[in-house]
Design a protein around this ligand. Structure first.
Ligand code: NAD
Ligand code: ZN
Length: 380
């Protein structure tokens, strides 16, 4: 027998004003990749960011000039429209063409500046070009800074299926720049809060208490508190991916998807009227109410969760939950089988047993789940 065993390592840095010439985080992170110096770097920047940061391309070019010993900017930053429509194989392939035109080689690094969708699409392009270039992520939404941007997944939507094409590609580094959080609309802060509450609920009691104490400040625009929420959430997400023994998701258990089996379905049933964050909040409440009914969670935890979600402006929107088929069965219940199919193998649903503690269950009592939904709708 011969063995193949290699470790992966990358850092998530937390900083402010990453492109200020005096900020050393980016060029130090690029040095960590083992590429010949100066690192050949290509930037993909989310075009919509220019509404808020019109000088971004100039700041990037200035930063690279100021650190010319460490960074060689091989082309002007490429501007690419972001958001969900950019998660398209055609966009990833166009980016590969731009990489070719810029003569990127296996010593090059693609730096992606944008939201989770652009990170997914451009990260995928970087991961397939020349069998994978180094990629450094600079997430600019609170959600991508505290969840999607710090992980190892890339992907685009295809044949009407979300993330059908993609790959696992650990980045060279992730840089979370708190300055980008200044321009986020409240709904995008709420969306990130839903994922922060999720990890707190299943992994970190202290963080949950901190969120309860800070929610109103965060929603009132306290940037330091928002940056702290993002940081704690990113750390917990990343620690989970690094230490749970399944970073490339071969198994069927996915604790970070707590509350998501119904959330994905609710988003779809609402025709995207419900945001991912609001749907995740609803999904967590439903599963917690079910856990209370099953006698594994104290009711006051459910009540505390409900109050916390409200303070992050994540309402419970009952109308979608009441959509039923001709036999009177709630449409959302189909989400359970879709979730199992997506993960493959046996059904695994994560249920909290206390704040900061969880179990995985492999069967769900449909009748009890329905009852839980009735109760969530009735609870005020
Ligand atoms: N790879 C993963 O592990 C993973 C995990 C979870 C989610 N995701 C993906 O992430 C995507 C969602 O990402 P998202 O929530 O970051 O949204 P997004 O990428 O769709 O961005 C939404 C919008 O935010 C705006 N924006 C970006 N930065 C901004 C800023 N600093 N200020 C103001 N506006 C800004 C942009 O106009 C953009 O169009 C989904 O496609 C989802 O599938 C990936
Ligand atoms: Zn989510």
């Amino acid at each position: 027998m011969s063995e193949f065993c290699i470790p992966y390592r990358y850092e998530t840095y937390f900083t402010t004003d990453v492109f200020a010439p005096a900020n050393d985080v980016l060029w130090r992170a690029l040095q960590g990749g083992g590429a010949t110096m100066p690192a050949r770097v290509f930037f993909v920047v989310e075009e919509e960011l220019l509404q808020f940061y019109p000088d971004l391309p100039v700041a990037i070019a200035g930063y690279c000039r100021a650190h010319a010993d460490a960074i060689c900017l091989v082309a002007p930053p490429l501007l690419q429209a972001g958001g969900e429509p950019c998660k398209d194989i055609a966009v990833s392939l166009r980016l590969c063409e731009a990489f070719l035109a810029a003569r990127l080689c296996r010593q090059s690094c693609v730096v992606i500046v944008g939201g989770g969708a652009l990170l997914d699409a451009a990260g995928f392009a970087a991961a397939i070009f020349h069998r994978g270039l180094r990629q450094l992520r600079i997430p600019t939404t609170a959600l991508s800074q505290c969840d999607s941007g710090v992980g190892v997944k890339n992907g685009v939507n295809y044949l009407g299926k979300k993330n059908l094409l993609g790959c696992f590609a650990p980045p060279l580094a992730v840089i979370n720049d708190a300055a980008f959080l200044r321009t986020l609309p409240p709904a995008m802060v709420s969306a990130a809060a839903a994922e922060a509450v999720k990890v707190a609920m299943i992994k970190d009691r202290e963080f949950f208490a901190w969120l309860v104490a800070q929610a109103s400040a965060i929603m009132a625009g306290d940037l330091a508190a928002l940056a702290m929420m993002v940081r704690r959430s990113a750390e917990i997400h990343q620690r989970h991916i690094a230490t749970n023994g399944d970073p490339f998701e071969y198994g069927s258990a996915r604790p970070l998807d707590f509350g998501h089996w119904s959330a994905h379905k609710l988003e779809m049933l609402s025709e995207q009227r419900l945001s991912h964050g609001v749907a995740v909040g609803m999904g967590m409440l439903i599963d917690c109410r079910y856990a209370v009914l099953m006698g594994i969670l104290a009711k006051d935890v459910y009540t505390a969760l409900r109050a916390l979600l409200r303070s992050f402006a994540l309402p419970f929107d009952g109308a979608v939950l009441e959509l039923r088929d001709a036999a009177g069965r709630r449409l959302v219940m189909a989400g359970m089988e879709e979730f199992r199919e997506h993960l493959g193998g046996q059904l695994h649903i994560t249920l909290p047993t206390a704040i900061g503690a969880k179990i995985e269950v492999t069967t769900i009592d449909d009748e009890r789940m329905n009852e839980a939904m009735d109760l969530v709708l009735r609870d005020k």
